[in-house]
Write a protein that binds this ligand. Structure first.
Ligand code: AP5
Length: 224
């Protein structure tokens, strides 16, 4: 297999970021997360960040034209030419079509879309207890994956906080938006034959093992 172009897909809180942390060190691929890119823009106070913040705080999607341009620019950078792990993009049919067009212009294609499946009630439990570090966004959960010291990141010692969009009413809104606007992409990618399902309710290490096994199978199939 010449390159690994992966999409991590699933509802908010499915564990996409948690798995990406593991996969990027397994495969030495750049990790491109549109949510992280937007939050960095908000923090830096860029024009894009100022426009995006109002949508993010409500749990709505940021308009396609802003996201597609941002993602296209990032995917065109040198480090993404040999493969990538995309998280949080695409999230609408328009975004998926724009990504297909961009990749086909470069004679590339998506290797697999990994759907991390988790029911809504589990999403609510996970996001309500999630804490992230202010420095690098490392993820914790107050019950499932607590830090060694309260409110301090194990990895870089920075402060742990709750994301603005992890408030109960915003979580509910994000789930509605996921089911309405993003979930239709499951069929879109299934029809292309590149969707792979993973049970996201298992512990993180088991989810990781399953994804690695799927990728190993994809590589074998490609070699046949
Ligand atoms: P984004 O940052 O992409 O958020 P999301 O998709 O809602 O996903 P999360 O980051 O909340 O969850 P995750 O699946 O990464 O879960 P995690 O690993 O942290 O987007 C934020 C906003 O930006 C959007 O609402 C939108 O406004 C905007 N945006 C971004 N991309 C956009 C786009 N393409 N178009 C338009 N707008 C866009 O895990 C969650 C918690 O569960 C953690 O506490 C973790 O410790 C725990 N956990 C993880 N795995 C497990 C497990 N297996 N068992 C138990 N606990 C677990």
């Amino acid at each position: 297999m010449s390159e690994l172009n992966l999409i991590l897909f699933g509802p908010p809180g499915a564990g996409k970021g948690t798995q990406a942390d593991r996969l990027r060190s397994d495969f030495q691929l750049p990790y491109i997360a549109t949510g992280d890119m937007l939050r960095a823009n908000v923090k830096e106070g860029t024009e894009l960040g100022q426009q995006a913040k109002q949508y993010m705080d409500r749990g709505d999607l940021v308009p396609d034209e802003l996201i597609v341009a941002m993602a296209a620019e990032r995917l065109g950078e040198d480090d993404a030419l040999d493969g990538f792990i995309l998280d949080g993009f695409p999230r609408t049919t328009e975004q998926a079509e724009a990504l297909d067009k961009q990749l086909s212009r470069m004679s590339r294609r998506i290797t697999a879309v990994l759907l991390i499946d988790v029911p809504d009630r589990e999403v609510i439990r996970r996001l309500s207890g999630r804490r992230v570090c202010v420095k690098a966004g490392h993820n914790y959960h107050v019950d499932f994956d607590p830090p060694k010291h309260d409110d301090v990141c194990d990895q870089d010692g920075s402060r742990l906080v709750q994301r603005d969009d992890d408030q109960p009413e915003v979580i509910e809104k994000r789930l509605v938006v996921y089911h309405d606007q993003t979930e239709p992409l499951v069929d879109y990618y299934d029809q292309q034959g590149i969707l792979r399902r993973v049970d996201g309710t298992r512990p993180p290490a088991e989810v990781h093992d399953h994804i690695r096994a799927l990728i190993a199978t994809l590589r074998l199939e490609e070699d046949v």
